[in-house]
Design a protein around this ligand. Structure first.
Ligand SMILES: NC(=O)c1ccc[n+]([C@@H]2O[C@H](COP(=O)([O-])OP(=O)(O)OC[C@H]3O[C@@H](n4cnc5c(N)ncnc54)[C@H](O)[C@@H]3O)[C@@H](O)[C@H]2O)c1
Ligand SMILES: O=C(O)C(=O)C[C@@H](O)[C@H](O)[C@H](O)COP(=O)(O)O
Ligand SMILES: [Zn+2]
Length: 361
């Protein structure tokens, strides 16, 4: 088992990475304020993994209740969130009840936000079951839901007490979802880890073949990178924004097409290509750099062209982005592969990037 520590003074926690962690209750029980948990999952993941988790918890005398939500990005809403509150209140769950998120990033984000606000805050644990959730969404405490007018517009920074990344759950992950997670993996190489980007170029075929050794290494490296960045800037006042590479464009794609049409990772991949074209417009990365990014994304089974939404539609959607400051849209751009920064772009540069990076889907 590999363990990454997120060293936040007010809320340090461990991220354990290994196969068959679901039943290792000894990792969970010492953290509980009372021997009662509520597992939040969805209609796809629960039939696969809920029973073994629940049986292990109950064998350790921990009282379990489960909430099974509908599956999909389109359900990351206030209505679905209220289903969690309805169940917690019906079961008379107290402030010492721990919520456990068993699923991908949608479940993790909603469960974390529910934990942040239910009775003004109850503890929660992340058990991420997608690659994307294991390398990104389960770590760092960003929680929340979508709004029709914007992605992740309602939420809170609220840290889990523990993250259990059980590699065995990736055995059942659909290939499209594995690819989606690879977008966030590749993102870490581009933002500030060129050595990792180069390792990914050399190992992408093994990763897509789900070889446990390389998957475990990549997940650990991603969690180490995210833990380092979050420990230095938990509430995204500075460097944490680099984790948003590709997201200014990417969230516009998700909102513009309708949540769920493109997977988050697919939108981020296309968004990173658009950020790369914008960086090239600023003479910061080369055609060869763009070719390397494109090749790696393609080998990961990801889109390298963004959908045509119309320039004004993109600009309008991006004007809603949470990084906007004094009305100015902010982008994460690349000085070179492995070095990124936050900057503004002229309308002309944005349109040049869209012209280069969009194609009818
Ligand atoms: N909070 C953060 O820092 C952060 C970071 C990245 C992404 N996100 C959010 O995460 C969401 C995307 O997360 P995701 O890619 O995990 O999507 P997801 O949660 O929708 O899961 C993807 C699909 O795979 C299914 N699934 C999950 N685990 C499975 C398994 N082990 N076997 C078979 N099927 C499984 C799910 O039911 C779903 O259908 C987006 O809403 C995004 O905004 C948040
Ligand atoms: O943890 C972060 O910070 C990130 O930006 C990680 C992103 O991959 C993730 O999609 C996050 O939810 C996007 O942040 P948001 O603040 O734009 O919602
Ligand atoms: Zn993301």
């Amino acid at each position: 088992m590999q363990t990454v520590k997120l060293d936040l003074a007010h809320a340090p926690y461990d991220i354990h990475i290994a196969r068959d962690l679901l039943t290792q209750v000894e990792l969970i029980k010492p953290l509980l304020l009372q021997l009662r948990v509520v597992i939040v999952s969805n209609t796809t993941v629960a039939p696969l993994y809920l029973k073994s988790l629940q049986e292990a918890l109950e064998a350790a005398d921990i009282q379990c209740h489960s909430i099974i939500l509908p599956d999909g990005e389109v359900y990351k809403t206030s209505e679905t969130l209220n289903q969690i509150f309805d169940a917690l209140l019906t079961e008379r769950c107290e402030r010492k009840t721990t919520l456990i998120a068993l699923g991908g990033g949608v479940i993790g984000d909603m469960t974390g936000f529910a934990a942040a606000v239910y009775q003004r805050g109850v503890p929660f644990i992340q058990i991420p079951t997608t690659l994307l959730a294991q390398v990104d969404s389960s770590v760092g405490g960003k929680t929340g839901i979508n709004h029709p007018l914007g992605k992740n517009m309602i939420g809170a920074f609220y840290q889990p007490k523990l993250v259990l990344a059980d590699l065995a759950t990736l055995d059942t992950l659909p290939l499209r979802e594995l690819s989606a997670g690879m977008a966030e993996v590749i993102k870490y190489g581009l933002i500030d880890d060129l050595a990792f980007f180069e390792w990914l170029e050399a190992n992408i075929e093994r990763l897509m073949a789900r070889e446990t050794e390389v998957l475990a290494y990549a997940i650990e490296r991603c969690c180490q990178n995210k833990a380092r960045i979050v420990a230095g800037d938990e509430k995204e006042q500075g460097q944490r924004a680099l984790l948003n590479l590709g997201h200014t464009f990417g969230h516009a794609i998700e909102s513009g097409l309708g949540y769920g049409a493109w997977l988050h990772g697919e939108a981020v991949a296309a968004g990173m290509m658009l950020a790369a074209y914008a960086s090239r417009e600023l003479d910061q990365i080369s055609d060869d750099d763009i070719a390397r990014i494109e090749s790696l994304l393609q080998k990961a089974g990801l889109p390298v062209k963004a959908p045509v939404l119309g320039n004004d539609r993109y600009l309008d959607l991006m004007a809603q982005d949470k990084k906007v400051d004094a009305g100015k849209i902010k982008f994460v751009l690349m000085r070179c592969l492995g070095e990124s920064y936050m900057g503004e772009l002229s309308r002309e540069t944005i349109i040049a990037a869209l012209d280069a990076g969009c194609s009818p889907v």
